[in-house]
Write a protein that binds this ligand. Structure first.
Ligand SMILES: Cc1cc2nc3c(=O)[nH]c(=O)nc-3n(C[C@H](O)[C@H](O)[C@H](O)COP(=O)(O)OP(=O)(O)OC[C@H]3O[C@@H](n4cnc5c(N)ncnc54)[C@H](O)[C@@H]3O)c2cc1C
Length: 546
């Protein structure tokens, strides 16, 4: 039997697990199973034939900085042209500005396939999609008319300039400032760091979205505004912004991570003054979902490499895939990858239900799922990539196999777009505590309806009560257990998605059964950790000198 590909699983997930045909029919713009399959096959072809072939060469060449110029791997110029010509950037973008207006769920599937093909390249289009979303929601009609067609076509990539040396997780500490020029425009001053694809020469222009403070801004997070500054001004002059250097990194070598210097750059305010962080929060769901999906993409790439290697490497007279311990590793990689993939689609479908149908319950569900998808899927991307190396044995540690690159690339996803520790605190403080656990209990009621998950749902419900009580009584102790809680939720939800996949397609039953027997106990282990931790076990143990 031929093993399923990522695209096969995505088609199953979209059409029969999260029921995109039903959702789009209810929204009055039906997308049938056949349409979805055709779109996904085309995306698969583009990713496999165009993006994927150069991913190792891109890693070897990397991005470089010299005398103010950033260079990326040579073939990235062709890839960028192919990306623009393909029209994929506009897949889920508004039709009024040249996009196809398709559901976010379909874009999510593309993000997985393209991230698996070349994560470093595809970070650019992911950030551009974020910029499109932000401008579509917060910019004036005039700004939309000037910027959106270029962004939607992919001709101008967009960047996100949030982080500063003293403002990482704590964006309230942002110091960049915007001085009014008196004609409705502003001059931006400040330094941003770690800006993905902040500078390069693969496109004619770049539109930078930048968080900065107005002169009369109140301190803290309520005094931050959002600005847009193009690299090239409409009259063709170079704007007063430049790249001051790029980082040498563990992975995603071909994605330039730039220090950006704003030295009086001409910019326009986007949205209301002092409401910049709100604009960022509004698009955060999609951005965090995309990072979780990058984790799934890396897991998928690791699995593909490991399956191919294990089928042909012979030891003790048989292909290593047939040795029980290697079969165990491959089964874990397959089960976790499929669970993460489907969980991400579940969140994307909630986003679509909210946007397309105005369903407020879906919005609450989305808010609950986002930190779990971002953190659990990106952590699993790292685990699966590491297992992929193990399957290869010594070849996994050698760069030629590609397995090591997958682990190096996957490792960033738990860090950016809000570290996974911050996601866990968000889940505890903003999602659970805000409604007293109501949204989580509603989700658990659905999970409990599946008999094979009833015990896991009960355990997680008890852990939820424990976390809520602890958060009210001893918030620091609760926050020290937040990651354990998020992991318990992630492993439980992963099981739920696989059981649903097996109901939709009986040939996925083997993976579901493996997951329930071998991996779901990890949820129980985290629940035990929460019970012990809440009973007064020290938050941090450090030996003291005698
Ligand atoms: C390759 C790369 C690309 C990036 N791309 C972009 C980009 O395009 N645009 C952009 O604006 N930024 C970008 N970033 C920045 C990224 O979002 C930040 O690195 C991230 O938000 C963490 O901030 P920090 O590095 O300052 O770590 P810190 O905030 O210093 O965190 C360090 C540790 O402390 C923990 N911590 C911090 N505060 C708390 C708290 N209140 N409670 C509990 N734990 C806490 C964190 O979880 C983490 O474990 C990128 C970073 C990298 C490495």
């Amino acid at each position: 039997m031929t093993p399923t590909t990522a695209a096969d699983d995505l088609i199953l997930g979209l059409t029969r697990v999260v029921d995109l045909p039903g959702l789009t029919a209810a929204a009055g713009a039906p997308l049938g199973a056949g349409d979805i399959e055709a779109l996904l096959r085309e995306a698969e072809r583009f990713c496999t034939e165009v993006l994927a072939p150069g991913w190792q060469e891109a890693d070897r060449q990397g991005a470089h900085y010299a005398n103010g110029t950033v260079t990326v791997p040579k073939h990235y110029h062709d890839l960028m042209r192919a990306w623009i010509e393909s029209g994929w950037q506009g897949l889920a973008a508004p039709e009024a500005h040249g996009g196809q207006g398709l559901p976010h769920t379909v874009w999510t599937a593309l993000v997985e396939l393209a991230s698996a093909a070349d994560m470093a390249f595809f970070l650019g289009p992911i950030l551009t999609a974020g910029a499109i979303d932000c401008i579509d929601r917060f910019a004036s009609d005039d700004q939309k008319a000037r910027w959106l067609p270029k962004l939607v076509s992919g001709e101008w990539p967009g960047t996100m300039n949030l982080t500063e040396p003293q403002a990482g997780s704590d964006l309230a500490a942002i110091r960049s400032r915007a001085e009014p020029l008196g004609d409705g425009r502003y001059a931006l001053h400040g330094q941003k760091i770690y800006i993905t694809w902040g500078e390069h020469e693969t496109t004619e222009n770049i539109l930078h979205l930048v968080l900065a403070r107005l002169p009369d801004a109140p301190p803290g997070s309520r005094g931050i505004s959002l600005f847009a500054a193009p690299k090239l001004l409409p009259d063709g002059r170079r704007n007063a912004l430049r790249c001051g250097g790029i980082e040498k990194k563990m992975g995603i070598h071909a994605s330039p991570t730039c220090v950006m210097l704003f030295e009086g750059a001409e910019a326009e305010l986007v949205g209301e003054p002092h409401r910049g962080l709100n604009a960022m929060f509004a698009m955060m769901n999609a951005a965090r979902l995309a990072v979780g999906v990058q984790g799934v993409g890396q897991a998928a790439r690791a699995l593909q490499l490991a399956e191919a290697y294990a089928a042909q490497r012979v030891q003790s007279g048989q292909p290593i895939a047939q040795h029980p311990d290697v079969a165990r590793m491959l089964a874990e990689m397959r089960a976790v990858t499929l669970a993460g993939r489907l969980l991400a689609l579940e969140a994307a479908a909630a986003l679509d239900r909210h946007h397309l149908l105005g369903d407020e319950t879906a919005e609450t569900r989305l808010a609950l799922l986002i930190p779990i998808v971002k953190a659990w899927c990106s952590d699993r991307g790292v685990d699966v990539a590491s297992l992929g190396i193990q399957v290869h044995g010594g070849m996994g540690f050698v760069e030629d196999s590609g397995a090591a690159q997958v682990l190096r690339d996957a490792r960033i996803a738990p860090i950016y777009e809000g570290t996974n520790g911050i996601q866990a605190i968000d889940l505890l403080v903003r999602k659970l505590a805000k409604d007293g656990g109501a949204a989580m209990r509603a989700l658990l009621a659905e999970i409990r309806a599946e008999p094979r998950l009833a015990a896991a749902a009960d355990q997680l419900a008890a852990a939820t009560d424990t976390m809520l009580a602890l958060q009210a009584r001893a918030p620091e102790a609760a926050q020290s257990l937040a990651v354990a809680y998020l992991q318990a939720a992630g492993w439980t939800l992963g099981g739920w998605m696989l059981v649903r996949a097996a109901q939709a397609a009986p040939d996925r039953e083997g993976l579901a059964a493996f997951y329930l027997a071998r991996l779901l106990p990890r949820a129980a282990a985290h629940c035990l950790e929460i019970a012990a931790g809440s009973a007064g076990y020290p938050i941090a143990a450090r030996p003291s000198a005698a």
